[in-house]
Design a binder for this molecule. Structure first.
Ligand SMILES: Cc1ncc(COP(=O)(O)O)c(C=O)c1O
Length: 370
């Protein structure tokens, strides 16, 4: 409220101002990225990154299939064609194996992608070393969609700062929020300055309104940034609470043979934006219904992009050519559990009990309790 009041009192009620500058400074300080641009959504940050990479009509962009649709929509906004890449089973993120095949094929046909969008889903970092080595071998930039993974690391580096550019989301459901907002970061300051120009209608330096390119109106408002500054202060404790929630579920489901929590990969630090799991021999839709009957909202995992009607006909590379795609298996067996940081321990206990009941027979449940 203090920052918002100050914005109003000083009449900085605009998509620029001191709070926006401070928000960008905090993003750089927290992530270690050299440059940052605050935007009015994570989707806008992805769109700006692709526009700055000069993705256009006739181009191809590779994108992780197992994600929220906002990762892929900006490809279409730019008139380019998405090619979807499956996940691997450890991190649930882009499969280096599938990416290798896709790059080999596109090099053969002379249609290398203009960019590769890798997602750090649910707060778990992708296998960046393997993916970056492949991207470098073909000279293709990686855009990291770290919308869900602010604060998560890969081998000590913040997700979003490893590839050519990265984006974060401050949508209301994210680990910290500005009500709606995003951030584009990069270690290439010139890249961010180009994106900044595009984000404000691509105005040229001239004593009148001169535009050589078509830009966007994608800047974060000074009011929203005021919320974000305060939110950065609670980020470390939010991450600890998210990790506590995941650990609580893990401990209580350790003896349940039907529930497998999605634990973080070695050398990564997960912000556990959502606690996720896969079920064995139990139908997730039935489990959702059983939880809903007790006023507990859980969700299925993301439905892969290559199975979405709006992307019908797009090329897709599976992790293993002859097996069911990993992303499809995850969608068929996975769940997100309630993970909000305001949950009390008794609420967590209620979720655990409901899920044990929905997955275990009564006898098995008794044995676990003993
Ligand atoms: C993986 C992923 N990418 C992109 C976005 C887009 O962010 P925003 O909602 O801020 O546009 C989101 C969240 O909404 C997301 O979860």
């Amino acid at each position: 409220m203090e920052y918002i009041r100050e914005a109003v009192d000083s009449n900085w009620v605009a998509p620029l101002g001191p709070n926006v500058d401070e928000m960008e400074r905090l993003a750089k300080e927290y992530t270690g990225a050299k440059a940052a641009l605050a935007t009015n959504s994570g989707t806008a940050a992805i769109h700006l990154a692709l526009a700055t990479m000069e993705v256009g009509s006739g181009d191809v962009v590779f994108c992780q299939s197992f994600t929220f649709i906002a990762s892929a929509n900006p490809i279409v906004y730019q008139g380019a064609t998405p090619v979807f890449i499956d996940s691997e089973p450890d991190t649930w993120n882009m499969s280096p194996e599938a990416l290798r095949r896709a790059l080999e094929d596109s090099a053969t046909t002379g249609s290398l992608p203009k960019a590769i969008i890798v997602v750090h889903l649910y707060g778990q970092s992708a296998k960046m070393d393997e993916l970056q080595a492949l991207a470098d071998a073909y000279g293709v930039p990686i855009l990291e969609d770290a919308a869900e993974s602010l604060g998560a690391t890969y081998k000590g580096k913040q997700t979003g700062t490893i590839g050519k550019a990265g984006i974060f989301s401050f949508n209301g459901n994210k680990i910290i929020t500005t009500s709606g907002g995003g951030m584009l970061v990069s270690n290439d300051s010139a890249f961010i300055e180009q994106a900044r120009k595009l984000s404000t209608q691509a105005k040229e330096v001239a004593p009148y309104y001169l535009h050589e390119k078509n830009g966007f109106n994608y800047r974060m408002s000074n009011i929203s940034a005021g919320i974000g500054i305060a939110q950065f202060g609670v980020l470390p404790s939010r991450i600890l609470t998210k990790r506590f929630i995941f650990d609580y579920y893990t401990k209580h489901f350790s003896a349940n043979p039907y529930v497998e929590m999605h634990a973080e990969m070695v050398q990564t630090y997960n912000n556990y934006w959502l606690s996720t799991l896969t079920l064995h021999s139990v139908n997730p839709k039935e489990v959702l219904e059983a939880l809903a009957a007790q006023q507990i909202e859980a969700r299925l995992l993301w439905k892969p992009m290559h199975t979405q009607p709006c992307f019908a006909g797009c090329t897709f590379y599976a992790h293993e050519e002859t097996a069911t795609p990993v992303s499809e298996q995850l969608f068929a067996t996975g769940l997100c559990l309630p993970s909000t940081t305001s949950m009390t321990e008794s609420e967590l206990k209620r979720v655990v009990e409901a899920l044990q009941l929905a997955t275990l027979g009564v006898q098995e449940k008794r044995e676990i309790e003993v």
